[in-house]
Design a protein around this ligand. Structure first.
Ligand SMILES: C[S@@+](CC[C@H](N)C(=O)[O-])C[C@H]1O[C@@H](n2cnc3c(N)ncnc32)[C@H](O)[C@@H]1O
Length: 228
């Protein structure tokens, strides 16, 4: 049984859902959702030891699903607070519209990313993380609601393995500056690079349609200046 109390949230987090999305939520969420009551044991969850990638705020799940299909040798975890987005991801990964999964290397947390990183993701466990188009909260008085800040970058740093990377895309020039300074001050090494595989996310398509310039980053966890 799906725990409605834990899953169903009000307002924007629980938007309109098609019948199929609703059915996927009922049948597949109990299989795919990870517990927020314990620290993730990835070998237990996925039944193997494989590189682990995270997507924070996966929206409708197109990127997460594409990545998981393209790289069956890796495991993927998504964090999303928007229940309808989770339902959309579940329809993408359901097998022929049934209660079975077409891919087995994706799991999700339905909770605030900061809480999940602190309480459920073990230190030094991630090979990489993606944050594509984090909510920009454009009004100055709302900037404090932004997900990425110095503290958040520090938490992510601790959850990555050495040489692990965080990939970020934003179309907010103002947020880009804050993202860059947060990751640099937390101790990451920056590597400006184009992310060639993000064009399909809902917000990447929106930004392209509205002709907004994208800023993309790769921040690496690397010990610099340490001699052997
Ligand atoms: C602007 S959308 C981008 C969605 C998707 N990455 C894309 O590119 O289409 C930001 C997403 O982050 C999610 N989100 C915002 N704050 C979050 C948080 N604290 N924890 C987890 N997800 C969050 C939102 O629900 C939303 O789906």
């Amino acid at each position: 049984m799906i725990d409605v109390k834990e899953t169903q949230t009000k307002g924007r987090k629980f938007g309109r859902m098609s019948r199929r999305e609703h059915d996927s939520l009922i049948t597949l969420l109990p299989i795919v959702r990870l517990s927020t009551e314990s620290v993730l044991d990835k070998a237990d969850v996925f039944g193997r030891e494989a590189p682990l990638y995270l997507e924070i705020g996966f929206g409708t799940g197109t990127f997460l699903c594409e990545k998981a299909v393209a790289a069956p040798q890796f495991d993927f975890i998504g964090i999303e607070i928007y229940v309808t987005g989770i339902a959309k991801l579940l329809t993408l990964i359901s097998k022929d519209n049934t209660a079975a999964l077409s891919i087995t290397n994706v799991r999700v947390f339905n909770k605030d990313a900061r809480s999940v990183l602190i309480n459920n993701i073990p230190p030094d466990s991630l090979d990489g993380a993606y944050i594509l188009f984090p909510d920009p909260w454009p009004k100055k008085r709302h900037h404090k609601r932004r997900l990425i800040n110095h503290e958040f970058a520090g938490i992510l740093l601790s959850r990555l393995k050495a040489e692990g990377s965080v990939f970020i895309a934003t179309d907010s020039q103002n947020y880009a500056g804050e993202i860059e300074s947060s990751f640099m001050s937390a101790g990451f090494v920056a590597d400006r690079q184009e992310l060639s595989d993000i064009d399909n996310t809902t917000y990447a398509l929106k930004a392209a349609k509205e002709n907004r310039q994208l800023r993309m980053y790769r921040f690496i966890k690397r010990n610099v200046g340490l001699s052997e």
